[in-house]
Structures are given as C-alpha cells and as structure tokens.
Write a protein that binds this ligand. Sequence first.
Ligand SMILES: *[C@@H]1O[C@H](CO)[C@@H](O)[C@H](O)[C@H]1NC(C)=O
Ligand SMILES: *[C@@H]1O[C@H](CO)[C@@H](O)[C@H](O)[C@H]1NC(C)=O
Ligand SMILES: *[C@@H]1O[C@H](CO)[C@@H](O)[C@H](O)[C@H]1NC(C)=O
Ligand SMILES: *[C@@H]1O[C@H](CO)[C@@H](O)[C@H](O)[C@H]1NC(C)=O
Length: 854
Amino acid sequence: MKLMRWVSLLAITGLSAARDYAAHDNYALHISPNTRPQDVAQHLDLLFDGPLGELEDHYLFHVETRQPDYDHVQTAIEDLRRRRRKREAGAELPNILDHVLFAQKQELHKRFPLHKRSVLPRQQDLPVDSMVQKGKELAASLGINDPIFQEQWHLYNHVQPGHDINVTGVWAQGITGKNSTVCIVDDGLDMDSDDLRDNYFAAGSYDFNDHVEDPKPRLSDDHHGTRCAGEIAAVRNDVCGVGVAYDGKVSGARILSGPISDADEAIAMTYAYQDNWIYSCSWGPPDDGQSMEAPGILIKRAMVTGIQKGRGGLGSVYVFAIGNGAANDDNCNFDGYTNSIYSVSVGGIDRKGLHPYYSEKCSAQLVVTYSSGSGDAIHTTDVGKDKCYTNHGGTSAAGPLVAGIYALAMEANPHLNWRDLQWLTVLTAVKIDQPSDWEMNKDIGREFSHQYGYGKADAYALVEMAKNWTSVKPQAWFYSPWLHVKHPIPQGDKGLTSDFEVTADMLKTANLERLEHVTVTMNVEHTRRGDLSVELRSPSGMVSHIATHRRNDAASAGYVDWTFMSVAHWGESGIGKWTVVVKDTNVNEHNGTFTDWKLKLWGESIDAASQPLLPMPSESDDDDHDDMHIPTVGTTSVAVPTETGSPEGNPDDHQHRPVNSKHPVTATATPTSSAASSSTSASTTLPPNTGDEKVEDPDKPTPTSSATPTSTSMSEHLLPHIFPTFGVTKKTQVWIYGSITLILIFLCALGGYYLHVRRKKKRWMSRDDYGFEMVDHDDDGHDGPGAAMNGNGAVNGANGAAKKKAGRLYDAFAPDDSEAEDAFGLGSDDESEGRPSKDRYRDDEPLRPGAGVR
Ligand SMILES: *[C@@H]1O[C@H](CO)[C@@H](O)[C@H](O)[C@H]1NC(C)=O
Ligand SMILES: *[C@@H]1O[C@H](CO)[C@@H](O)[C@H](O)[C@H]1NC(C)=O
Ligand SMILES: *[C@@H]1O[C@H](CO)[C@@H](O)[C@H](O)[C@H]1NC(C)=O
Ligand SMILES: *[C@@H]1O[C@H](CO)[C@@H](O)[C@H](O)[C@H]1NC(C)=O
C-alpha cells in the first residue's frame, strides 16, 4: 500500500515528463502484485515512470534511447532466460522475469474523430406557430436566454413537433445535470469559451497529446471536442445555446490531436474516474467498410477497470458514436469499441426522424438520437470566446446527446450502475416510425432494429424510470466451449449452420438469470472477408445479423478471434438452441472455411452475493483452440440448411454432412444428445465463470479427438448402433443414455484432464527449449505492418499475423512448469503469500485463458 501511494505520487509528477516518444522507447508492463516495479526496472535496465493509470499492477517504464525496430524488454527477458538456462545446475538465477506477466512496447498510433460531414442546404419547412410560442414560454419559464436556443431543435423542435430528445419536462423539474460530470474524450475542449467555462471541470481533464494539464484545442482543426462538449454542458447564459445537462460539468481528455500510445489511451479512458462519470467518445477506427479494429489489451483492461471500479464501483459509463460508414457498407460490429459490451453505442436519426445516409447499423447498436440530415444539423458551441456552430453532425453529434441524458438520469438517481443505464435506455427508447428490420423481443416487449437499436432516446421517459429504478444484480456470464466446425462455407444463399444447446443447468451453474449482451467470438478463413455475413439465432427466435456483407472489404484475413456483439437478445433466458449461420452470398472465386466459434452470454446474476467480478481480460483469452474439442456427444451440428433443390453448393458433399446422416437418428437420439450436452457441463464441475476453459473442456482421449469435424457425426452414429433401446419409452431411454453418458464423460474427462495437464507440461518444457527462437523469428517481422499494428495492439483480424504475434509475446513470459501446474491448481501454492486477490492476476498468465471481453 505504501508502495502504491509513493508510486502514485511519482506518477502525478511524472505523467508529462516521462513519455517522450521522440527521445525514448516506452514500455507498459504488468507485473505480479508482490513484485516491486523498481526491481523489475533494475533487472531489465529500465527507468521506472509510475503506474499505468488505474490499471492494477501495470506500470510504465522507459529506456533513454529510441530504437524503432528494437524491443528492449523482450530482448532483456530473452537474455535473462538464456543465462538462466546455461546456469541451470543450481545457480542463483534472477526469477524476476517470471513476475512480468505482460509487456508491450508502446507505439504511437492515431485515432480518428468520426467525420464531420457537411450538411445540405438549410431546411425549408416552416415553424409551427403554436410551437414557436410554446417554445418561447418554455424558455422563459426555465430562464433560458441563450440566443440560439430556438435553433436547437434537438432540444425543442418547433418545426417537426416531437422530433427532439424530449428534455424540457426534465428541466422543468429542476433536473439539469447538477453534480454529473461527462468527460469528452476527443481533440480538446475550449475551457475558455464563455459558453463552457463555468461548467468546466479542470481536475478531470488532461491533454494526452501534448502532455499538459488543460486539453485546450491547439490545432486549427481541433473543434470537434468543443462542439461535443457544448451539446452536453453549454451553460445557460447569454452565449449560443444550452447543453442537455446545462448545469452539469464537462472535462476533456485530448487524445485525437496526434498519435497516442495504447498506454496513454488506457489512462485517458479511466482518467479521474471517480469524478468523471461518463466518457463520451465520438471517434473510432476508420469507417471505410474495410477496417476491422479493436482496442488493444491495455485499453480493454482500462474499460473493465472503469466499469468495475469507476464512480465508486457503480462503473464508468462509456458512450460511443456508432460510426458514419453506412454508405460504405460499414457495420459497427467491425469496430471493437462500439461493439464492446462496456460501451453504449449510439446511432443517428435526422430532424425528420429519418435514417441519415451515414449512420451505420449493427446488432450492437443500443439506441439512436438526433443529428444531421434532412437539411439541418446540431447547433452548439464552437471553439472561441463566444462562437457558435450550426453544422455539427454525423453520429459524432448523436453520442454526446445520450451522454447528456445520462448526466440528467444520474442527477435524478446517483445510484445507477453502468448496466442500469443500459437497461433504462432499452426500456425507454421510443420506436422509430420508419420501416426497418424491426423484430419484437418478446422477453422485454420492445422492438429492435439493426438500424435504430431499440429506438430513439427519450430524456423524459428515461429520467422518470431512473428515479425509482432498482439496480440490476451484478453481471454474470456463461461461455460455451470452443465449437469446432472446420467446414467449407457454401456459396450462394445457403448458409453453414452450427448449433449450441444451452441448458437451464448450465446457466444455473453460471449463476446467470437473464441475458443482456450476447457475444460470439469466431474464426472464419476466407479469401475475401467482405463476402461473408453471419447471423445469430437465439432460442426465442430473435435473429441478430452480427456480421454483414461489406463490398469494400477485400481482406483475405477472414475473422481471426473476432468478437461480435448483439443487444437484440436483451432479457431472454438464454436457454435453448443457439445457432450461428455463416453465409457467403457472393458466388465467385473467393471462398472459405468456418473454423470455430464460442458463444458468450452476459447478463444479470441469479444470486448477487456469490457473483465474482470478471477477471481482467487477457490477450490469450481466446487462445488454445487446438486444445479444445467438441464434447463427443455432439453439441454442435454442422449443417447446410435443408433448403432442398438448390444444388449449387456441391450437393454430393452435403449428403455426407452430419446433419443428413443424423436424420434417421434424430427421432430417437436427439433428446439424448441434448441431455448429454448438459451433463457434459455438469460433469466437469467447474462453473463457467471461472473462465478456465481448459478445465471445463478437457482433451478427451477418444479416437475422434484429432478429427473434430467427424467427431460430431461419429458420436451420433455410435449411439444408436451400439446401444439397444431396452424396449422402453424414449423418455426413459433419454434418462438411461443420459446417465451412462454422464458417467462416461466424467471418466473420460478425468482421464483427459490428467493427460491434458501432462501434455501441457511437456509442451511448455519443449517450448522453453527454443521458445526464444520463436520470438526472435517474430522480431524479423518488426518492419512489416503487422509488427507495427502489434505494437498498437489495435488490430484484430485485419492482420492475422499481428494477432498471432501478440500471442507469442506472451509466450516470452511463459511461467515455468511449476507455475503451469499451479495454474491448474495442482502445484503448490507457495508464492501466494496469502494475497486474496492473487487468483485474478493469474488469469493474465499465458497458460490460463481468463474470462474476458473478447
Ligand atoms: C415527453 O415528455 C412529456 C413530459 O414533458 C411526457 O408527457 C411524454 O410522454 C414524453 N414523450 C414520450 C414519448 O415519452
Ligand atoms: C452535489 O454534491 C454536493 C457535494 O458533494 C452535495 O452537497 C449535493 O447535495 C449534491 N447535489 C445533488 C443534487 O446531488
Ligand atoms: C417512486 O418512489 C417514490 C418515493 O419512493 C414514490 O413516492 C413514488 O410513488 C414512486 N413512483 C413510482 C412510479 O413507483
Ligand atoms: C476454394 O476454391 C478452391 C479453388 O476452386 C478449391 O481448391 C478450395 O478447396 C476451395 N476451398 C474451400 C474452403 O472451399
């Protein structure tokens, strides 16, 4: 504790001085809790700078040289290892490197503000006289004398009545954002503007581009953040207009005005996170319909830290603009920020309630609100003493309005946690009166559309519901095992389907009562990624289009451990059959294979008291596919939907697919297999929320374990051939087979488990022998784009190699075999020293894929 305090002091003074990217090489390290960062620095010849924001046991270091293609830490660790190996016979060896759980050289990269779109000619519609009069009376009663208030149609629309965020009734109750603080993570915030000065919160602000205290717009085109800030907290005075929460506070984190490292972005996302309640982010990867980028691991950890510890434990609220790439076929599920379960993704509608050409659609979109289109845009504050702006638009302008509404809700009820706000948003959004792919979510009685989410945010309805809202119980989760498909994807209208049956028992074991977010992590190889699309069908019949065709996306990368997200299944129980359908609708020379997938259900826990917090995400969370196998009792079926008579995709082949050969079996054996699938989970005892998939899904020493695609069909063949019916009813058969399977699986699992651990151990041993040659080899690639992206940790899928390399970096810090055993609970626990939270940190070790965001 003392150490931490001292370290924090250092950090505050060192925040600006240390990270000089022009002169130094900077490193972020995650080290074991009982290790002194100073000792690590000494052993690795690093200079210690201080903690990495709010990330527990993460620190920043630098070396006083700049060598773009050289990783000092990796090399130093390799050296130490080599020396250790040579002196293996009993010599004293520095074991400090075993306590380095993660290291990443920090590289600069640029984040882009979402495009500022120019807006077409002013709208010609005439004001509705009675509405104009009412607006004037309203302004007078609220004491609003701001000169452009009447132009702020998004607050009070007297031309298209009803097309505003419905906020005046909230203000009339005196709820104006008092005590709420929104941090604008953007290109600065003009704290000297007469329209923002009084609401500026300096202590929550920092300039991460120039490393100075105030995030003042310094470049000629730094206006974006100021305009966003004006939408939220422009002061009620005689300058321009007002913000949605005009008595709330705004702070600024300037990150978009130059390149920034992952470490700095991670610090920004939790900056002053006890006082900054909401982070408003109107930026992301390019909306070109080709990019597929996710935040690097440090940034992901920052967001999880934010939702777990920010705002006194209620959780920081991240609001993200969904992206402006609709005209490029872009889809917000290809953006790892907007499709994070920790962010509220906001799309746009225009002042006539129409869908603007730019606003993307996706299954991760929660809500929409007003922005540019139909001849007008958002009117707000601009950079300058008393400058206003009439042309703020794109989804950039939508996100901050929702952030402002949240500021109001938080004043009305300061106890709302981060998931409460998402519930309130879902339950109070107003359906858009436009044709779209609306689907009724029967569990919550709300309609969802990929274009509009659950509809438009209504400030009045949301704040009213917030007042008496009872907080949801803590978040729980359920992970399926990796489901191996390994099957070519047919071209044309057919899709390749794969199922997973979730049983009531599984969810009970996972302590999961009802769903909020659903994520699917998947691997698909394809020579043209944009040809692919993916649907997720839930037991209730809701269909999420988790991936859509993107005409510009010619990458031959496929999906590499990419996580898609859907909010369409909000409120469902989750019990029943989940189906993924992968399609390649473009019949051309480009083809591919659906490799595997993993379903993750997130939602409210059953028993709040026993629900632990999610372990910090790690880059190896989704690794080790090769160690995972489908339980031999086929929980997944590989099937081309039986749209018969369209022989395009190679019908002969289909005849041999498991689904077809399964048909005769289905009548008698299907219940067995689903009963068995639940017993699979039951017999392996560990609750899914430990996130330890290896134990959950051990190698099975069965003849089928090396040929997964056939294992599905084999097992389904085996059952009916080998086992008699006993002349009893199907139900009884199910019971008998279920019990037998359960026992068998238990025995297999037990055997497999030990085999697995032994094999694992062997692998680590042999890897240790040449592990660093592997890493060295990686170094060769440092000039390539993959290497640069790896440094940023920001690319997922666009470059499969980058992802792989990141994995290998972890390998460099692989713990010794003794620790490998420990990770499985087999070894001695001699280094834990009674630290209760130790388990959490272990999840960062490469051996143990912890539960995570993706
Ligand atoms: C808008 O707010 C008013 C109160 O000012 C409320 O009566 C009305 O129901 C709200 N509109 C919607 C769609 O909820
Ligand atoms: C705002 O915060 C101050 C100081 O913490 C407190 O005294 C006040 O009651 C709060 N106001 C509201 C509306 O919550
Ligand atoms: C909300 O809570 C207040 C105070 O507890 C109570 O008076 C009011 O009736 C409640 N409103 C609703 C709609 O439940
Ligand atoms: C893709 O097409 C090539 C050439 O037609 C073929 O050799 C290959 O097997 C196909 N791959 C898949 C996965 O369908």
